[in-house]
Ligand binder design. Structure first.
Ligand SMILES: Nc1ncnc2c1ncn2[C@@H]1O[C@H](COP(=O)(O)OP(=O)(O)OP(=O)(O)O)[C@@H](O)[C@H]1O
Ligand SMILES: [Mg+2]
Length: 271
């Protein structure tokens, strides 16, 4: 007997999101978007600025409801924030008045762990992201890269099945960013989590992902999906120099470039 195909963990079917535009009309941010993510799959999403990438993540996270179409997690419509979702935002989500330890422990505490359990789990994750010894520091005593590590520990300590990442490394310098990308891949490899990773950086998108989804100029819909058949484990800095990588980059950029140009032309037309 042939095994039935695995059901996607996340499924968007003709998902549409409209917002009031502030002058009595509506603005369509996402239109008829179709996308699937398998359990454990790493999906990067690229698209021009303002096209609807963050909105797409907010639909999967349950922070926003679709205006039309369906958003399913494990085959069920998303009506509130599904269990097991970790969300890492572009801006720092660490709490400045709490130590590194208390920041990371806050997730397990919120989910009902005892103070002792939460601190144990937090200590373990702080070490895993390379910050052992910094447990009692406060965010303002850390570098930007270290704060991102705290945010990563804070997200991963809850052991998410679904990890939504919205340009999490965009504020970092090039070297710190490459370190964080390697770190993320290392931590993700053992986790079994499905990831949707939004980025403007096509290098980053390809280096991390199993597939890259290219979105159209707004309203966002899926233009192309590129499988990334590069072997793992990956070292992002070395990977970027390989002919296979460069070839994939060319193909994806060819698709993305058209949408970026459209967005640019629209903004010029508005001036
Ligand atoms: N809550 C909201 N109310 C009204 N309009 C919104 C809301 N959220 C997003 N939009 C609009 O939807 C469109 C898509 O926004 P979104 O933040 O999803 O884009 P993005 O692709 O993430 O952009 P960027 O790459 O710049 O982060 C934008 O025109 C934005 O103004
Ligand atoms: Mg965004």
């Amino acid at each position: 007997m042939v095994a039935p195909p695995e059901r996607p963990l996340i499924e968007l079917i003709k998902a549409t999101k409209r917002f009031p535009n502030g002058s009595g009309g509506v603005h369509t941010a996402v239109r008829d978007l179709a996308m699937t993510v398998q359990p454990g799959e790493f999906v990067s999403v690229v698209g021009p600025t303002g096209c609807g990438k963050s909105t797409t993540l907010s639909l999967v996270s349950g922070l926003q409801r679709a205006s039309a179409g369906q958003v399913l997690v494990e085959g069920r419509p998303v009506t509130s924030i599904p269990d097991g979702v970790g969300y890492m935002f572009q801006s720092d989500a660490v709490m400045p008045w709490r130590s590194v330890l208390d920041n990371v422990a806050s997730g397990p505490r919120f989910r009902g762990a005892s103070k002792k359990e939460a601190r144990e789990q937090a200590t373990d994750w702080i070490a895993r992201v390379g910050l052992a010894g910094f447990e009692n520091y406060y965010p303002h005593q850390l570098s930007g890269g270290m704060r991102k590590r705290v945010a990563l520990a804070q997200t991963l300590v809850t052991n998410p099945r679904i990890l939504l990442m919205d340009e999490p490394f965009s504020a970092l310098d090039v070297q710190t960013r490459a370190n964080m990308q390697d770190e993320l891949l290392r931590l993700w490899a053992g986790s079994g989590a499905a990831v949707i990773f939004v980025t403007h950086d096509l290098d980053e998108a390809i280096a991390l992902a199993d597939k890259v989804v290219v979105m159209t100029a707004g309203p966002a819909t899926v233009k192309d999906v590129f499988p990334i058949p590069l072997h793992r484990p990956r070292e992002v800095e070395e990977l970027r120099l390989t002919p296979e990588f460069v070839q994939i980059y060319r193909e994806v950029w060819e698709s993305l470039r058209v949408e970026v140009d459209k967005t640019r032309q629209r903004s010029v037309a508005h001036v």
